[in-house]
Ligand binder design. Structure first.
Ligand code: DCP
Ligand code: CA
Length: 348
């Protein structure tokens, strides 16, 4: 059996438990861009907030229009705190499930014979040790488990046997299936495929022609009730980046480079801790029109965190400024294409 564990309204619940006063209020966790007081987007919202239509991804100003000020709390994201909670939850799960893959900051996939009893134990232990609720799906396939967890939300548990899993997936609208993106869903809707079971009437050759061989075959299998197995391997982090907002919009290369130096120090600390060297460096620019651009370059030989890359950064910044006439609002630095020190490439 597979278990899928998904924390409920994770960032917002994390804020709730360290602010007992906010219990019962609408909690909106925000990524402030710093441009004006309310510019930025909603990152997470609790279920009371969702009842009045506040959603992740929505501009903060929209959310404020819906939320009565006396009953709501708007907070900035505190990623380190959430990462710390995530780490503690990860430990609890790994102690009880040998085969575990963390799928995101607040989701885990496990292969475990404990089924329902194991899921109850996990929900209890996580609540007791960390104070957070989660929802768990248990099913014969990883996809079924994930969809069962979504159905069980919030603070729920749904256990499916083969037949229950088939029913849930068959009846699900295609856009609700993890792995089917909005474009694929729209294309399927166009040929009157609304629920997963409708995919069965499509010709597999046509599916392969429209969506490519791999996705076409996957869709055909999905429609026919084959959901695949295995929770895969854990992915290594492939890059590290740090992004920050400039004190003011600027086109001054030295203002940009000063901010980059600060961000670079932080990113390089991570490289040092993880004992990685890198072969590519990229500079990210967010211009006043809210577009993001990246300039990057690769080194023939891997660089360690101790090596100076001032010249390269300067060249990238100047190149960008000469090509783009707009002012820069935010900048970032990204290191990628890692090698473990010792020369072994960790990727590919
Ligand atoms: N997140 C974000 N921006 C998004 C979506 C999510 O910053 N557009 C962050 C905040 C979420 C966390 O990732 O708390 C986990 O994402 P989920 O999609 O699992 O959403 P929640 O945990 O908030 O809610 P749910 O109870 O529906 O799982
Ligand atoms: Ca979640």
């Amino acid at each position: 059996m597979y278990l899928h564990i998904d924390m409920d309204y994770f960032f917002a619940q994390a804020e709730e438990i360290r602010r007992p006063m906010a219990k019962g209020k609408i909690i909106v966790v925000c990524v402030y861009s710093g441009r004006t007081e309310d510019s930025g987007v909603v990152s997470a919202v609790n279920y009371i907030g969702r009842e009045i239509g506040i959603r992740a991804g929505m501009p903060i100003a929209f959310a404020k229009k819906r939320a009565p000020p006396a009953d709501s709390v708007f907070l900035p994201v505190d990623r380190e705190y959430y990462a710390e909670l995530s780490f503690r939850i990860d430990e609890i799960i790994r102690k009880r499930c040998a085969k575990t893959v963390q799928a995101s900051i607040d989701e885990w996939n496990c292969e475990d014979d404990g089924g329902e009893a194991k899921a109850r134990e996990l929900r209890g232990e996580i609540k007791k040790a960390v104070g957070l609720t989660c929802s768990i799906g248990v099913a014969p396939s990883p996809l079924g488990a994930k969809m069962a967890a979504a159905r069980a939300k919030p603070d729920g548990l749904l256990v499916l046997d083969k037949e229950g899993e088939r029913k849930l997936i068959d009846c699900s609208p295609v856009e609700k299936v993890p792995g089917i993106g909005p474009k694929t869903a729209a294309a399927l809707n166009e040929v009157r495929v609304v629920a997963v079971r409708d995919i069965r009437k499509l010709d597999p050759v046509m599916l392969a022609e429209t969506f490519g061989k791999k996705s076409g075959a996957w869709l055909h299998a999905l429609g026919s009730g084959f959901y695949g197995e295995g929770i895969g391997e854990e992915k290594e982090q492939e890059e590290v980046s740090r992004i920050g907002t400039l004190k003011e919009k600027t086109r001054d290369a030295y203002m940009v480079l000063a901010k980059l130096l600060e961000l670079e120090k932080d990113a390089k600390e991570w490289l040092m801790e993880m004992k990685k060297s890198y072969k590519t460096v990229g500079i990210i620019f967010a211009t006043e029109d809210l577009k993001t651009h990246t300039k990057s370059m690769s080194f023939r030989n891997p660089k360690t965190w101790g090596e100076d890359i001032t010249k390269e950064k300067e060249a990238l910044v100047k190149e960008f400024l000469s090509e783009n006439p707009l002012e820069v609002r935010r900048v970032g630095i990204r290191f990628g294409n890692f090698m473990d020190l010792g020369g072994q490439t960790t990727l590919f």
